[in-house]
Design a protein around this ligand. Structure first.
Ligand SMILES: NC(=O)c1ccc[n+]([C@@H]2O[C@H](COP(=O)([O-])OP(=O)(O)OC[C@H]3O[C@@H](n4cnc5c(N)ncnc54)[C@H](O)[C@@H]3O)[C@@H](O)[C@H]2O)c1
Ligand SMILES: O=c1ccn([C@@H]2O[C@H](COP(=O)(O)OP(=O)(O)O[C@H]3O[C@H](CO)[C@H](O)[C@H](O)[C@H]3O)[C@@H](O)[C@H]2O)c(=O)[nH]1
Length: 330
C-alpha cells in the first residue's frame, strides 16, 4: 500500500510516517513546511515541498506515484491565531482541503484518514465526550475542521471516498528514541512550553485559569502520546483497506489531567522546579475535555498504550534535552 501523507513533516505527521515505515507501508509526503521540518522525514522517503491547494503539485504526485490512500494532516492548528485571523483558517483548513479532496477523488482514491480535533465539540455538556455529542465549535479552528467533517459523507456517497475522521485530544510526547519530537515556533502547547521553561528557554509558565470547576481549579485535558496517535492512523488505514465503513472516532486515553498535574509531572520527570505565574483563563478554553473511547476500541481496535502522564512527558523531555533548539540543533 502507498499512502500520500499531507503535513507529514509536522509533529503528529512525522511520528505517523515513522510508524508507517516501521510497518512497511510506503509513504509519499506533501508538506509546505510552513510549520513542519524537512529533518523530521527520513531521507529516502519521497518528499514534495508544496501546498495542498496547488493542483499542479498534487497532479505531479499522482503521476509519479500510485496512491492507494491519503492521510490528511496539513492544517493550521492554533486556536488563538484562528480567532485573530479566521480567514487564514477557513482558507488553509477548509477551502484548500475542499480543493485537495476534489483532486484526491478525481484520481480515484477511496480511502482517507482525516485529522480532526476535540475542538469540534466546543463546550461539552457531557464528559467523557462520546462522538455522538453535539458539535458546537467555539472558535474558527474548530469550525474549519467541522466543515470538512460534514462534507465527507457527501464525498463518500458521490465518489466512494471512505474515511476515518480522527478527533485527537491533546497530543504530547516524542518518539521513544528522541530523534523526532514537537518543534513549533511559537510554541503554544502546554507540555513543550513547560519543558522549555525548565530549560530556561522561556519565561515562567502562565497558568491560564485557576477557578474552573475542577478539583484543583485548573483545566483538565486528555493527553495522548503522539506514538499512540500515530498507531491509531495505521489501524484506521488497515480497517479501511479491509473494507470498513467510514467512522468518526475520538483519539484520547479517556483519562484527564489538570494543568497543575502536568506541571507536577514535569517537575518529577525533570527533577527541577517549574516557575509558574497564575493568569486569567484563555478565552474559550473549556474546563474539561476528556475523550469517550469505547467506540474507537470497537471500530479499529485501538486504545492508548501510554496511560501514565509522567511516562509520556519523559519522552518529550528526552527530545527537548537532545534538541534544545528543536530541529535546528542537529
Ligand atoms: N497537536 C495536537 O494536539 C492536535 C490536536 C487535535 C488536532 N490536531 C490536528 O492534527 C494535525 C497535525 O497537527 P500537528 O500538531 O502535527 O501540527 P503541525 O503544525 O506540527 O503540522 C502540520 C503540518 O502541515 C503542514 N501544512 C500546513 N498547511 C499546509 C498546506 N496548506 N499545504 C501543505 N502543508 C501544510 C505544516 O508545514 C506542518 O508540517 C492538524 O490537522 C491539527 O489540526 C492536532
Ligand atoms: O502556557 C500555557 C499553555 C496552556 N495552558 C493550559 O494547558 C491546557 C492545554 O493547552 P494546550 O494549548 O496545550 O492545548 P489545548 O487544549 O488548548 O488545544 C489542543 O486541543 C484542542 C482541542 O480541544 C485543539 O485540537 C488544539 O489543536 C490542541 O492543541 C489548557 O487548559 C491551557 O489553558 C496553560 O495554562 N499555559
Amino acid at each position: 500500500m502507498s499512502v500520500l501523507v499531507t503535513g507529514g513533516a509536522g509533529y503528529i505527521g512525522s511520528h505517523t510516517v515513522k510508524r508507517m515505515l516501521e510497518k512497511g507501508i510506503s509513504v509519499v509526503v506533501l508538506d509546505s513546511l510552513v510549520t513542519g521540518h524537512r529533518e523530521a522525514i527520513p531521507k529516502g522517503v519521497p518528499f514534495y515541498q508544496g501546498d495542498i491547494g496547488d493542483e499542479g503539485m498534487v497532479s505531479t504526485i499522482f503521476t509519479e506515484h500510485t496512491i492507494d490512500a491519503v492521510i490528511h494532516f496539513a492544517a493550521r492548528s492554533q486556536v488563538g491565531e484562528s480567532i485573530e485571523d479566521p480567514s487564514l483558517y477557513f482558507m488553509e483548513n477548509t477551502a484548500k482541503t475542499i480543493r485537495f479532496l476534489s483532486m484526491v477523488t478525481r484520481h480515484g482514491v477511496d480511502k482517507l484518514v482525516f485529522s480532526s480535533t476535540a475542538a469540534v465539540y466546543g463546550m461539552p455538556t457531557q464528559v467523557p465526550i462520546p462522538e455522538t455529542a453535539p458539535c458546537q465549535p467555539i472558535n474558527p479552528y474548530g469550525v474549519s475542521k467541522r466543515f470538512i467533517e460534514e462534507m465527507l459523507p457527501w464525498l463518500e456517497q458521490a465518489y466512494g471516498l471512505r474515511s476515518m475522521t480522527l478527533r485527537y485530544f491533546n497530543a504530547v510526547g516524542a518518539s521513544w528514541e528522541g530523534e523526532i519530537g514537537e518543534d513549533h515556533s511559537p510554541e503554544t502547547h502546554l507540555v513543550p512550553r513547560v519543558l522549555k521553561s525548565v530549560l530556561g528557554q522561556s519565561d515562567p509558565i502562565h497558568l491560564f485559569g485557576t477557578d474552573y470547576d475542577t478539583p484543583d481549579g485548573t483545566c483538565i485535558r486528555d493527553y495522548v502520546h503522539v506514538m499512540d496517535v500515530a498507531e491509531a492512523h495505521v489501524k484506521a488505514l488497515e480497517k479501511l483497506s479491509r473494507g470498513a465503513e467510514s467512522q468518526v472516532l475520538n483519539i484520547g486515553t479517556g483519562k484527564g489531567y489538570s494543568v497543575r498535574e502536568v506541571i507536577t509531572a514535569v517537575e518529577e520527570v525533570t527533577n527541577r522546579w517549574v516557575p509558574v505565574v497564575n493568569a486569567p483563563a484563555r478565552v474559550g478554553d473549556p474546563g474539561r475535555l476528556v475523550a469517550g473511547i469505547e467506540k474507537t476500541k470497537q471500530a479499529i481496535g485501538w486504545e492508548a498504550q501510554y496511560r501514565d502522564l509522567a511516562s509520556m512527558i519523559r519522552t518529550a523531555w528526552t527530545w527537548h534535552q537532545k534538541n534544545p533548539s528543536g530541529y535546528q540543533s542537529g
